[in-house]
Design a protein around this ligand. Structure first.
Ligand SMILES: Cc1cc2nc3c(=O)[nH]c(=O)nc-3n(C[C@H](O)[C@H](O)[C@H](O)COP(=O)(O)OP(=O)(O)OC[C@H]3O[C@@H](n4cnc5c(N)ncnc54)[C@H](O)[C@@H]3O)c2cc1C
Length: 425
């Protein structure tokens, strides 16, 4: 028996559910554009939760991302961030972080300077905005507060001792302790996501708080891996903090990590209530671009899905998320076959020295867009008037080296939604 496909009609379809796709959906809903979104798990589950704007320029770490942007516009005019003004970036970050807070995860207000936030290895990285559950780690480090760092028996990839030994020179008031996580004391491997869900239960929080109080000594605050709940982490954090009696903060763990999973689950829960048609955990299989509109086809566990839309925003990421695909000879864009700017041949993908401060050309491969963020064909003409693109799929940026992953995603999504809103009106 064949069942009829579910057919949706919208003004906009967002392909991709990473930071760029989610930011685009936030901006589109804010403008009252009827929107559908399709995407499965991608790089977002790996992120620290920090929202970087621009943290690196050559070998230098940037304290002032806005100064860095001036330099970037001069040195790299084709970088996606060079195509967005400071005012637009500020507006994009502030709309996005406000939406995150409204939906249930508080973020710090993006400011004038980068915050130097903790990594799981005990280094720091420049970033513009962090989850509220992590900000005390930044301020405690800056003030040199006496701080106890905790880890847990069975939790791999997060060592309080490693973190303390790497930071102690600049932060002498650090100590490390290892605890057994309540109810998970067999010594078997523990996973942050499971611990985070366990801490949503009040009795687990009470037991953990008692263990922490016992180890506190003269510590003024306590840092621990990011496990304070998946849903409503600010509430879990506040409650645990109240029970322990000193400020607590989270430190991101190695991927896959709770802060990204939180974001994904929060969007998936709140978007449908805001009127967005969400087809989660699926990939678009076919895109039929037309003059008057576009038809997307895919399948989910209920059968075939067809989305008829006037505009499409492509935010499918790079290799990890499947937006780009590399074989032995070249790199291609996976869904529509959009031309990819890339080194002439594979020999040009990498430099000889892995740590070459210029980075590797393969990391700047991606698709070209015009000033309205519409993907271009090989002759430099927009492929379709209603097709737009955003995120790290775009060429001429090296988000990892330049520490600008969220910056590229949020700023380009903002610009693309501004442009497509003009197209739709
Ligand atoms: C280990 C790690 C750590 C990171 N840490 C930070 C950090 O500290 N700060 C920071 O700012 N950024 C960080 N990032 C980067 C950040 O997570 C995002 O990768 C980045 O912001 C780009 O987002 P994007 O939406 O362009 O792409 P992605 O996040 O890669 O999202 C692309 C999406 O498209 C979907 N997709 C692909 N093909 C299809 C299809 N055919 N149909 C439907 N959907 C499709 C994928 O499933 C995915 O959901 C980190 C990334 C990694 C991997």
């Amino acid at each position: 028996m064949t069942t009829k496909p579910r057919v949706y009609q919208t003004q906009l379809a967002v392909i991709g559910s990473g930071l760029a796709g989610f930011a685009a959906a936030v901006f589109a809903l804010d403008k009252g554009i009827s929107t559908a979104q399709v995407g499965n798990t991608g790089a977002i589950a790996y992120t620290t939760g920090y929202l970087d704007l621009l943290g690196g320029c050559g070998e230098q770490l940037l304290e002032d991302p806005w100064e860095g942007l001036k330099q970037l516009r001069n040195d790299e005019p084709r970088h996606p961030l060079s195509r967005v003004s400071d005012g637009e970036i500020q507006e994009a970050f502030s709309l996005f972080t406000r939406a995150l807070s409204d939906m249930g995860i508080n973020y710090t207000k993006p400011g004038e300077r980068n915050l130097f936030a903790l990594s799981p290895a005990g280094t720091t990285k420049p970033t513009l905005s962090v989850p509220e559950t992590m900000i005390t780690g930044v301020t405690a480090k800056d003030s040199g507060a006496r701080t106890l760092i905790l880890d847990f028996v069975g939790l791999k990839g997060f060592s309080a001792l490693e973190l303390v030994s790497n930071l102690r020179k600049s932060w002498p008031g650090l100590t490390a302790k290892r605890l057994e996580f309540p109810g998970m004391t067999t010594g078997a491997q523990l996973y942050p996501e499971v611990m985070a869900r366990a801490l949503e239960v009040e009795s687990t929080r009470r037991q953990l708080a008692e263990m922490i109080r016992h180890e506190l000594g003269d510590a003024e605050c306590v840092g621990m891996p990011a496990i304070m709940g998946i849903h409503l982490p600010d509430r879990v954090h506040a409650d645990l903090q109240r029970m322990v009696g000193v400020p607590l903060f989270e430190i991101p763990t190695m991927p896959p990590a709770v802060p990204g999973i939180r974001l994904r689950e929060m969007f998936e829960q709140t978007f449908p209530a805001l009127g967005l048609i969400l087809v989660p955990q699926q990939k678009v299989k076919n895109v039929d671009l037309g003059e008057a509109g576009t038809v997307l086809s895919l399948k989910d566990s209920y059968g075939d899905v067809v989305i008829e839309t006037r505009a499409v925003l492509l935010a499918t990421g790079r290799f990890l998320s499947g937006g780009l695909h590399a074989d032995r000879f070249s790199i291609r864009e996976s869904l529509l076959g959009i031309p990819v700017t890339q080194p002439e041949d594979r020999a040009g993908w990498y430099r000889k020295d892995y740590f070459d401060h210029r980075g590797h050309p393969v990391n700047r491969a991606g698709i070209e867009v015009d000033e309205l963020f519409r993907p271009l064909d090989a002759s430099g003409v927009p492929i379709n008037e209603g097709l737009f693109a955003a995120g790290i799929l775009l060429a001429h940026q090296d988000w990892m080296r330049q520490r600008c992953g969220a910056g590229v995603a949020i700023a380009s999504a903002y610009k693309a939604v501004e442009a497509l809103s003009g197209y739709l009106s």
